[in-house]
Design a protein around this ligand. Structure first.
Ligand code: GLN
Length: 322
């Protein structure tokens, strides 16, 4: 067993989970009603080790919530898996942005998005993914393929839904994302001249995929396990793809808090505006938290606080052993 004293581990996790619960800093995302109206007190944690030991804390671990930006590394991984490093590199850089997640800025020299963890790069990744399908294929079909991949990452036994309400509100309010898409098209152009609206629908569709914290922890464990799902034993992504994706989210996954998160927590992680957070402890376990209140960088306040406490009590920071 990778975590031999599982009982003690769970007791410790419960303690940290409870210590974080009283935090009320931050605020729900407010740009769409479904996120604004989410109960801000929800607090859930699920853990899955690479050999399949699992625990969930908090009643909210079974509450479906949207992936939002937690979808980004998987869309990127799917595109990378199909297209390879060279093609991806041509369209999306892998450098920290030093800018908020919704920035319009592109790299001034190459006109590429800085990375796939911010909206511009994720919209481009959605475009790359869509560009591999025939132009007659509907966005929903492409998002269903992404859902299927999440289903495999989560061990096949947990439902992966889709929030129509979120998708519709996202579309109605996505002026900034539309601006990003037009900017991408107007500057370097889009891969294989993919349709701009399909690209945006795929991007917003990926954000609107619904998952529970319990399922998300299994996806995190699959990534911690080099792409092989600990529950099914199936390889969802090759290890080389996972290596790139984990490096990328280590640098960029927590947006403008990525630097501090790397120093304080030292683990690859991806957050979303729904309050979801997926964290990978390579070769040991993956975990997910859910709490809707966000800090000024767009990351879940309780989620980040839990990560700090975890690293204080367990030596899981990737540079801890130096
Ligand atoms: N749907 C959100 C957007 O595109 C996702 C951003 C996020 O989760 N940080 O603005």
């Amino acid at each position: 067993l990778v975590i031999p004293n599982w009982k003690t581990f769970v007791t410790d996790m419960k303690y940290h989970f409870q210590q974080v619960e009283p935090l009320q800093d931050g605020a729900n995302a407010s740009y769409i009603p479904v996120l604004q109206q989410a109960d801000p007190e929800q607090w859930a944690l699920s853990i899955c080790s690479i050999d399949g030991q699992r625990v969930s804390l908090g009643e909210a671990h079974l509450v479906p919530h949207t992936l939002q930006s937690v979808s980004k590394p998987v869309t990127y991984a799917m595109a990378l898996h199909r297209e390879g490093e060279a093609f991806m590199e041509e369209w999306i850089d892998v450098e920290p942005a030093g800018r908020p997640f919704n920035t319009q800025d592109l790299d001034p020299d190459t006109q590429r998005p800085f990375n796939a963890s911010i909206n511009s790069g994720a919209i481009m990744a959605a475009g790359i993914l869509a560009s591999g399908f025939s132009s007659s294929v509907n966005w929903k079909h492409i998002v269903d393929q992404v859902r299927k991949t999440w289903y495999e990452l989560c061990g096949n036994d947990l439902d992966i839904g889709f929030s129509d309400v979120t998708f519709e509100s996202e579309k109605e309010t996505a002026y900034n994302n539309f601006a990003i898409a037009y900017n991408l098209k107007g500057r370097k152009g889009l891969p294989r001249n993919v349709d701009l609206h399909t690209m945006l629908d795929v991007y917003l569709g990926c954000c609107s995929i619904e998952i529970t914290t319990e399922a998300l922890s299994v996806a995190a464990a699959t990534l911690a396990n080099g792409g092989i799902c600990p529950i099914t034993g199936k390889e969802v992504f090759p290890a080389s793809v996972v290596r790139t994706v984990l490096s990328e989210i280590m640098m960029c996954g927590m947006y403008n808090q990525a630097g501090h998160f790397a120093v304080e927590v030292g683990l690859p992680a991806k957050s979303g505006v729904s309050g979801a957070l997926m964290v990978i402890v390579p070769n040991v376990f993956g975990f997910a938290t859910f709490s809707p209140r966000l800090n000024s960088k767009g990351n879940s306040v309780r989620g980040v606080a839990f990560c700090r406490r975890l690293v204080d009590s367990y030596r899981v920071h990737v540079f801890e052993t130096l």
